[in-house]
Write a protein that binds this ligand. Structure first.
Ligand code: GCV
Length: 681
């Protein structure tokens, strides 16, 4: 079996008894009782039964007391927005589409469960982002690339699996208003190419239908090089035979899976073939597919993770950070309107901290999506706790100055991807997901806060990271344990002290991880390949373009005008800010500048003292968080307690390795003593 995460209707919220009466009848006005509407009804039945022992029947008219789904026009709230309000004893979810009704139903349940619904409730929700997506890197043999929570629940032994667990996953997505999911790895290999062939297409159709019943569009990752295996024997996007082949292929796919959202494509990246192979541009490749899919209403989500992964470490001029902008900025305005460029948050690769990709704000006439990673590839493998939502908030708030300093439009990253920055554009937000078939879905129980948090933030980028965490705690830790006698607080989710402890752990976790792993934006001091644990020079003499360039005098990559020039890819005034070491924010100084160990930061500390201090502090924080968690023994359900306790044990050991190895490495390099005289080896 598997857990229900934040849909844990094991509630011990006796104070919410007054809500029970809503769970008597459901009135459906203007919708047919099928697909997402019937899923929403089913969810109400499940929750009513489990929370209050009530069963709900269908009423043919507005009841005296109950719940109602009401269809309205899409004018005010768009296709996906909804209104939740109470009117004379009836809890009403009002929306234009079935998908919006199911999102609203889950929200209504969350309001009940957090005791936040009342006769004055009148909430209108409109999603911030058109596309709110999760990308799976699941392979068809069942493995997951960068997966830290078991194997795939979509694929086993080169086959597609559809079962109750798949349905529960769809419920999780709908409960957050996630409206898109790509189920297979962007590295499309082996059997995965056949997801669009007769071998698997029926199962793809079934899965797509299942997700549709939860308001979620399913996407597939596409093997761009596929026609090489067929009669065109080429993947040249300007070759007539290739064009005709893809047109026929899309027609065939959509005749069998008419509700498929479209395709995500990784091309010309890390060994994946692409248009460069034929001397064509990324726009040539994307537009060819976009043209073929256009008659069927699908989208092409084209990734910008294109760089040379065969770099010579001796080459000090080439800078991987530049690659995305160098390849894509000159193509601005050339992409078809059903193409969306998917851009990783940073110019490198999901490090604990990076600057924001200069493509945001560099592209002015192209649809863009922000790609984040909640799979904790570089942030602790879901062994270490690392609640990423505070980091994502910073990314979204970054001001790109796309239209100059005084532009009235919202030209933050959030503004660009939502479509607010440019009339007629579309976009969205996607995360590489952290789920697998582990009992608790996410390896570490606390990592589910990232899945929940991403979904909530994707829906509303204005939400506060700590509020999201607290809501997640309230909805998740609902098992009554022996620590709570009747009449007291009933479970960790409602116990203010326990809630504070968990919220504090989550909110402290990303800064702690950054402290013990990657100070001042340096990144990449991880063990190669696996990416868990320290190896300061693990990537230094390799081909990946991921160098720290440490010597006896200092460390960091010079990316200002006298170095690789990466800083110049930003709009003013960011360009000037990052070009000058004196104005570069401390937290990114080593990303942008080769900096002497004795350089004094804006904090007043030298670089080397900052390195020592943050590593000791990070390790101390890991131990403090561990002790805080252990104080919850008996208060959180035994399984979750054991799961997180075991992982904290590993996290403390990992933090110690990071602290001692990084500090010793730099001490040995520069010979400068720690001002506080702590043990460095
Ligand atoms: C799916 C990084 C990861 C790869 C991943 C790639 C990508 O390089 O380490 O595992 O491949 O990013 O985003 O395509």
């Amino acid at each position: 079996m598997w857990t229900q995460c934040w849909l844990n209707y094991n509630d011990c919220m006796k104070n919410s008894l007054s809500y029970a009466d809503y769970f008597s009848v459901l009135y459906v006005d203007g919708f047919k009782l099928n697909k997402a509407i019937s899923s929403a009804y089913e969810e109400l039945q499940l929750a009513g039964e489990k929370l209050w022992g009530r069963s709900i029947s269908i009423s043919s008219s507005m009841p005296q007391r109950g719940i109602a789904f009401v269809k309205t026009s899409s004018d005010k709230r768009g296709e996906e927005g909804y209104r939740i309000y109470e009117k004379s004893g009836v809890a009403i979810v009002e929306a234009a589409t079935e998908a919006a009704i199911i999102y609203g139903t889950f929200r209504l349940l969350a309001l009940f469960r957090t005791d936040a619904f009342g006769i004055d409730t009148d909430i209108t929700e409109i999603p911030s982002n058109p596309i709110r997506m999760l990308d799976h890197w699941d392979n068809m043999d069942g493995s997951i690339e960068r997966g830290y929570s078991g194997n795939s629940f979509f694929f086993v032994d080169n086959n597609v699996v559809i079962n109750e667990r798949t349905k529960d996953y769809a419920r999780f997505l709908a409960s957050l208003g996630i409206n898109s999911v790509a189920i297979n790895n962007v590295n499309v290999k082996d059997a995965a190419t056949d997801l669009v062939n007769d071998r698997f297409i029926d199962k793809v159709a079934k899965l797509t239908d299942l997700f549709e019943c939860y308001g979620v569009k399913m996407y597939l990752c596409l093997n761009y090089a596929m026609p090489i295996e067929y009669e065109p024997a080429s993947a040249d996007p300007l070759d007539e035979k290739v064009i005709a082949w893809w047109k026929a292929k899309m027609t065939d796919i959509y005749s069998k899976v008419p509700n498929l959202g479209g395709f995500v494509v990784k091309a010309d990246s890390e060994g994946r073939p692409g248009p460069f192979t034929y001397g064509r541009t990324q726009a040539d490749g994307a537009n060819m597919l976009a043209d073929a899919i256009r008659p069927h209403g699908g989208k092409i989500i084209w990734r910008c993770f294109v760089y040379n992964c065969q770099q010579d470490w001796r080459d000090l001029k080439t800078d991987r950070a530049r690659a995305g902008y160098d390849y894509f900025s000159s193509l601005d305005g050339q992409f078809a309107d059903n193409v969306i460029l998917q851009i990783k948050n940073g110019p490198m690769d999901f490090q604990p901290r990076e600057p924001i990709s200069p493509l945001f704000g560099g592209l002015r006439a192209t649809n863009q999506m922000l790609e984040l990673q909640i799979a904790q590839e570089y942030t602790g493998h879901q062994i270490d706790v690392c609640y990423l939502i505070p980091w994502f908030k910073q990314i979204l708030a970054f001001e790109t100055y796309m239209n100059g300093v005084d532009a009235p439009e919202d030209t933050t990253v959030a503004g660009i991807i939502s479509g607010r920055a440019r009339a007629g554009s579309t976009g969205g937000i996607v995360a590489v997901t952290n789920t697998g078939n582990d009992e608790n879905w996410t390896g570490n129980d606390l990592a589910a806060a990232n899945l929940y948090g991403f979904g909530r933030l994707a829906w509303n980028t204005e939400l506060d990271a700590e509020d999201i965490a607290r809501e997640w705690i309230q909805l998740t830790f609902t098992d009554k344990t022996d620590a709570y006698a009747e009449g007291e607080a009933y479970c960790a989710g409602t116990d203010k002290v326990a809630q504070d402890v968990i919220a504090d752990i989550l909110m402290s976790s990303w800064p702690a991880y950054e402290n013990y792993s990657a100070p001042l934006g340096i990144g990449w001091m991880v063990k190669p390949q696996g990416h868990y644990g320290p190896s300061v020079e693990g990537y230094e003499y390799d081909r990946w373009g991921t160098y720290i360039r440490a010597d006896w005098e200092g460390l960091g990559v010079e990316r200002g005008p006298k170095g690789t020039g990466f800083a110049l890819q930003y709009n003013s005034p960011n360009k000037e800010m990052y070009s000058d070491i004196e104005t570069t924010p401390d937290e990114l100084i080593l990303f942008f500048h080769k900096t002497p160990y004795k350089y004094v930061l804006k904090s007043g500390k030298t670089v080397i003292q900052h390195i020592y201090d943050t590593h000791f502090e990070g390790y101390d924080e890991a131990k403090r968080m561990q002790a805080a968690w252990l104080s919850l023994e008996g208060k959180v359900e035994a399984r979750a307690f054991a799961n997180v306790s075991e992982r904290f044990e590993m996290q403390a050991a990992n933090a110690r390795e990071w602290c001692d190895i990084v500090n010793s490495y730099f001490y040995r390099r520069c010979g400068i003593n720690d001002e506080k005289g702590r043990t460095i080896y």
